[in-house]
Design a protein around this ligand. Structure first.
Ligand SMILES: Cc1ncc(C[n+]2csc(CCOP(=O)(O)OP(=O)(O)O)c2C)c(N)n1
Ligand SMILES: [Mg+2]
Length: 519
């Protein structure tokens, strides 16, 4: 952009110059100059009708691109609306640059209605918070924000933008040089120690996370496993796994504490890669927090900020295994198209049949997919994305960001009906942007998982008031009307064959679709 620059135009240009070229926005009066600056063909702007959609979409963008997106949020309340999905993004190690509008400095002293402690709201879920205080230095602030967000693992940056900083003319811009993001190399001595462990003949599981669950790092992990007999595992939830036929398969450590403990009992060593040892999602009165058996050793092959691809190269060398040695390969499974009743097994079989090659599956299926997604391991090669932060309502926004990041790939979003209600406004953005997303709603009219957790916690038998807090069937949500109201074509299915067909049809056609799976 040429011509006289103000703080807002400089901010947008700096974001784009540093590779941040999409903004998931929900603007207000204090952001009007930023909005004007978004009229810049280098920046794509996407309107989201709730800030949790904007922040979740930024998370989805990062999961695919591994570079941050920006969000535009309206003062403290706008940020607060976006925080739950910022939390999920943070736990997924996604980078994000939040621009939070603020009153002009001269106006703040009068405590107008939308004033609040924005730093106080931002800090717990941001790695970096700064308040821009001059149009001249905003390029510096913005490039710092992007720099931090682009670190490995990704970070949350929040830049607070007062109105007058936006509208003031830039006189003498301060611009820092760009520094490339780097990933740390692991220590050789630690690699050598792990090579010794793997050669000892004692049982070992290598637990992969973040960048190690895809690309070359995953393939190299498969070579280590094949050469040493170690097994490859992942935490129950992972930011993104490349899986399916022909890929290196990873076993999933179960969610439930008893099953996870039983699964881990067989291992004398856990070798962690960009993660830590498995921890129970919740604490229960009679169950442990750590799920390995007593006496199991834990070794970090690569810490969260280290380069796991390099770690596996070094490990293969230390083991005396060639870099081009064979890897583990997931065979294609010839799943028979399911018929009859819809249940977690028939649903997983339908997915295994209908997931198209190169699809991206965003999973918030909760009780419908929790035990059965292993059945899709041998489907056509695809990416699988999970919620890392446990705050429900992540999947429809994340699918939105994923589809914008990868417009040529079909996206499938599996979501429980309860979870879908948090951020269902995503459908509107999906329709407006014509995104290739098939949303599958698992309509069991219930917070089914909480019924099971009630028993797991030993809380006894739920009384009628307690039951009413986990039952969402009255009134019944009309999913077809919901989709129609936001411009998304929809269909309801009640049998496995209808579901398989509806899914296969939906992913073939461009644009968003919604399938209500009536359970
Ligand atoms: C922000 C947030 N609020 C509440 C919860 C607690 N919670 C966990 S699962 C769940 C209900 C999920 O229901 P649904 O998506 O329908 O899945 P189902 O259990 O029926 O399979 C709730 C309320 C949460 N995890 N995050
Ligand atoms: Mg439900």
């Amino acid at each position: 952009m040429t011509g006289p620059q103000n703080g807002a135009t400089t901010l947008v240009n700096t974001l784009v110059d540093n590779g941040v070229d999409i903004c998931f926005a929900n603007p207000g009066t204090s952001e009007m100059h930023f909005l004007a600056a978004l009229d810049n063909p280098r920046m794509r702007s996407v309107l989201c009708l709730f800030e949790g959609v904007a922040t979740g979409a930024a998370d989805g963008w990062y999961r695919m691109k591994e570079t941050p997106a920006s969000t535009l949020l309206h003062l403290g309340p706008g940020l607060a609306n976006g925080l739950a999905n910022i939390h999920n993004a943070k736990r997924a190690s996604s980078g994000m640059v939040n621009i939070v509008g603020e009153h002009s400095i001269s106006h703040l002293k009068y405590n107008p209605p939308l004033s609040s402690d924005i730093e106080g709201l931002a800090r717990p879920l941001s790695h970096w918070v700064r308040r821009a205080d001059s149009a001249d230095t905003i390029a510096w602030d913005a490039s710092q924000a992007v720099q931090v967000a682009s670190e490995h693992p990704g970070k949350i940056s929040t830049l607070i933008l007062p109105g007058d900083v936006s509208w003031r003319a830039v006189e003498a811009a301060v611009v820092p040089p760009a520094r490339p993001a780097t990933r740390k190399a692991p220590l050789q001595a630690r690699i050598d120690h792990i090579a010794k462990v793997l050669k000892s003949g004692e049982s070992a599981m290598i637990i992969l996370a973040n960048r190690a669950t895809r690309g070359r790092a995953l393939e190299l992990a498969g070579k280590v496993a094949k050469a040493t007999g170690a097994r490859l595992g992942s935490q129950f939830f992972t930011a993104r796994i490349e899986r399916g036929a022909g890929r290196t398969p990873i076993e999933r450590i179960p969610y439930a504490v008893a099953q996870a403990s039983a699964f881990l009992e067989g291992f004398q060593h856990l070798i962690t890669v960009e993660t830590v040892e498995p921890v129970a999602f919740f604490s229960y009165p009679d169950k442990p927090s750590l799920m390995k058996k007593e006496g199991t050793s834990v070794h970090a092959l690569a810490e969260a900020d280290e380069n796991s691809e390099l770690a596996f190269e070094m490990l293969l060398d230390a083991l005396g295994v060639a870099q081009d040695a064979p890897s583990l390969i997931q065979p294609a499974l010839d799943t028979v198209p399911p018929t009859g009743a819809l249940n977690p097994i028939s649903i997983a079989h339908a997915l295994a049949v209908a997931i198209p090659e190169n699809a991206i599956v965003v999973d918030e299926s909760l009780t419908t997919g929790r035990e059965s997604m292993g059945l899709t391991m041998g489907a056509a090669p695809h990416d699988l994305i999970n919620n890392m932060g446990g705050s429900i309502g992540y999947s429809t926004p994340v699918a939105t960001g994923v589809a914008l990041a990868c417009p040529d790939r079909p996206v499938i979003c599996m979501v429980g009906d309860g979870s879908a209600m948090y951020t269902i406004q995503s459908l509107w953005t999906q329709a407006r942007e014509e995104l290739n997303i098939t949303t599958i709603i698992f309509a069991n009219n219930s917070y089914a998982i909480l019924k099971a957790e009630y028993a797991n916690m030993g809380a006894g038998k739920p009384g009628p008031q307690a039951m009413a807090m986990i039952d969402i069937g009255n009134p019944r949500i009309d999913w077809l009307a919901m989709a129609t109201s936001m411009g998304v074509p929809s269909v309801a299915v009640e049998t496995a064959e209808d579901f398989t067909k509806a899914l296969a049809d939906a992913v073939k056609e461009p644009g968003p679709k919604l399938i209500e799976v009536r359970l």
